[in-house]
Design a protein around this ligand. Structure first.
Ligand code: SF4
Length: 387
């Protein structure tokens, strides 16, 4: 599957160019940057001349060369020569620019199950890309080595949207996934990659925290085939204290997705003592039923100590199972346990006849008993994008 079909990009060159030689891995491995790759800001302050400026979208000009960024609900007011919170968008003389267009810091071929999408071309590969930066600051971030740094602090590559789309096609990927860090902050690059991919028959999926303003989301949606939203908690206090964000705009994004008709799934990373309260899980599930319907998959995934929350233990598997049971009892048809290899609730069960219709172990799919979008045993329609 990885053999090139043309002679422009050979596998060896791709591995070389995409940072394999720097310690990146290509298939299915987590993002990990070798020690020493991240450079302190003090060392790179003089390096700004190397940054490339690409016009940003969604901002308005204010007085005295100040701008207001309207890309995400943070709505940063940014003075001349300053950057917004995400660290990758800069005001230069009253015009706003993105500093990460065409400069992914990570490229990998991943199973789509890793995103995770369970109802979107199961068993397919996603060409995954990310740049530096994020508009949240989650204390548990698993990709903090890229999300919490400025573009000049980490090594990046140069790939135009056309090159990304071509590579996805050549390496047999059904989709491009904008992932790892928050793709909202590399919006312009994501949008152009999605358009280039569309022209080659490759789908695009956004893996996001959903902390994005409605207008940019609406502009992007026609070029996406699926969205995964990391809903951090059903609790504003948690968003404030743990993520430096807000819950309401994320819920608004979920409703927008529902109304748009695009396929989407929700991930809920469960942190012991912080967002595992069964009462709140129950309220969340009721909200999903009322606002989004019973067929939205929700993945309750296991936390492992990371970044600023190394003091917490890993999530007990019993808590994830309890959340799934609550979801099922509330009426959600597709709750999953995530990050627990080989757990029976990684599989998809038909809500009609209870048959196991997709069998998974980790990111591997071993059996799919869905035909024309229906359970092969009882014929019930299974929501998702299957072919
Ligand atoms: S995208 Fe970045 S600069 Fe724009 S409002 Fe959000 S955090 Fe601020």
């Amino acid at each position: 599957m990885l053999e090139p079909t043309g002679n422009e990009i050979c596998r060896r060159n791709f591995l070389k160019a995409s940072g394999f030689c720097l310690g990146y891995s290509l298939i299915g491995a987590p993002i990990s940057l070798p020690g020493g790759m991240i450079r302190p800001l003090s060392e790179v302050a003089a390096d700004n001349s190397k940054l490339e400026y690409h016009p940003a979208q969604f901002y308005k000009k204010l007085a005295d060369l100040e701008i207001e960024c309207e890309l995400c609900p943070r709505k940063c007011a940014v003075g001349d020569k300053e950057r917004g919170f995400c660290g990758v968008r800069e005001n230069k003389g009253g015009e706003y620019y993105t500093l990460v267009y065409g400069n992914p810091c990570s490229t990998n071929i991943d199973p789509i199950e890793k995103k995770p999408f369970f109802h979107f071309f199961p068993g397919s590969s996603a060409f995954s890309i990310a740049t530096a930066g994020c508009n949240l600051n989650c204390k548990f971030c698993q990709n903090w080595q890229i999300s919490q740094f400025r573009p000049e602090q980490i090594r990046s590559m140069k790939y135009s949207p056309d090159e990304i789309a071509s590579m996805a096609l050549q390496y047999g990927c059904r989709s491009i996934a904008y992932t790892y860090s928050e793709p909202t902050v590399f919006y312009e690059y994501m949008l152009d990659c999605a358009i280039a991919a569309e022209q080659r028959g490759v789908k695009s999926v956004m893996v996001s925290a959903g902390f994005i303003s409605p207008e940019p989301m609406k502009k992007l949606l026609p070029h996406l085939s699926a969205v995964k939203i990391d809903l951090k908690a059903f609790d504003q206090e948690y968003y404030s204290n743990i993520c430096n964000g807000e819950l309401k705009p994320v819920l608004d994004t979920l409703v927008l997705l529902k109304n748009s008709g695009i396929w989407f799934e929700i991930v809920y990373l469960m942190l012991p003592t912080l967002n595992d309260d069964p009462g709140k899980i129950s309220k969340l599930c009721s909200w999903i039923i009322d606002e989004l319907g019973p067929d939205i998959p929700i993945h309750f995934t296991r936390f492992h100590p990371e970044y600023l929350l190394k003091n917490l233990p890993s999530t007990p598997i019993a808590s994830l199972e309890q959340a799934c049971q609550i979801a099922r009892k509330t009426g959600l048809n597709y709750p999953y346990v995530g990050n627990v290899y080989g757990h029976k609730w990684e599989n998809t069960y038909c809500p009609g006849c209870q048959s196991e219709i997709i069998t998974r172990s980790g990111f591997q799919v071993s059996s799919i008993l869905i035909e024309n979008g229906r359970c092969k045993k009882c014929g019930r329609q299974i929501p998702g994008i299957w072919s």
